[in-house]
Design a protein around this ligand. Sequence first.
Ligand SMILES: NC(=O)c1ccc[n+]([C@@H]2O[C@H](COP(=O)([O-])OP(=O)(O)OC[C@H]3O[C@@H](n4cnc5c(N)ncnc54)[C@H](OP(=O)(O)O)[C@@H]3O)[C@@H](O)[C@H]2O)c1
Length: 251
Amino acid sequence: MIDALGNPQSVLLLGGTSEIGLATVEALASDRPLRVVLAGRPSERLDAATARLTARGCAVQVVEFDARAVETHADVVKAAFAHGDVDVALVAFGLLGDNEQAWTDASTAVELAQVNYTAAVSVGVALGEHMSAQGHGALVAFSSVAGERARRSNFVYGSTKAGMDAFYTGLTEALRPAGVTVTVVRPGFVHTRMTEGLKAAPLSTTPEAVAAVVVDAIRTRKELVWAPGALRYVMSVLRHVPRPLFRRLPV
Ligand SMILES: NC(=O)c1ccc[n+]([C@@H]2O[C@H](COP(=O)([O-])OP(=O)(O)OC[C@H]3O[C@@H](n4cnc5c(N)ncnc54)[C@H](OP(=O)(O)O)[C@@H]3O)[C@@H](O)[C@H]2O)c1
């Protein structure tokens, strides 16, 4: 159970090597060690994440998870709940990809759609079922400002995030009566493996700063947050800029 101060005892990270996800788990574990389930593809990075959290005193369980293998998702989530309640579930897997390749090559575009949208929906359904049954919990979905208005420079990724954002925004309403809080997080440009080598966008931030926003959202049961918070206002303007002007902006 998440205690009165907003501290969980157990966390599931789907996307067990995600830098933003791991920073969030570490921030949640800063006061006391947690039971952590890392769901991800077997790799040295996943082993390193397990070692990093174990060294902090966390009890880590690894569950194999491939976002593209939708037929396995119900079992992945079931395995994560098999040893007790999951207080916080982080949906943190995702692919950015190369936009020019994505909109000209169907298999690249479909992979982005499968990982960022279809898989996010698939695990969301399973998480909704288990969290409703336990009657409490926080489900955090990492969307993106890229989903708020499609930009020429990354509209394939943006379209997948728009879809997953809408799904989790709806799930927020659907799971509220069951005592489950769903938080949609919209980060801007975050310095992680995903953005390595790309020119940083204005208001770029770090995984640790995003983690701080997420931990506060869990503690105060916020349902929608931007990271950094100023992006909320930037995006509310950008969303309404007329298209002829929007296409000239360096975004
Ligand atoms: N970085 C940013 O600027 C930014 C901005 C806005 C939103 N976001 C979103 O925030 C979330 C976390 O991103 P991040 O920056 O932490 O990126 P990251 O460090 O690159 O992590 C991406 C995660 O997705 C996993 N993944 C990719 N394809 C997968 C598949 N087929 N099956 C299972 N796992 C798969 C990766 O696992 P492997 O190690 O197995 O590849 C990794 O755990 C993502 O949803 C991302 O779209 C990021």
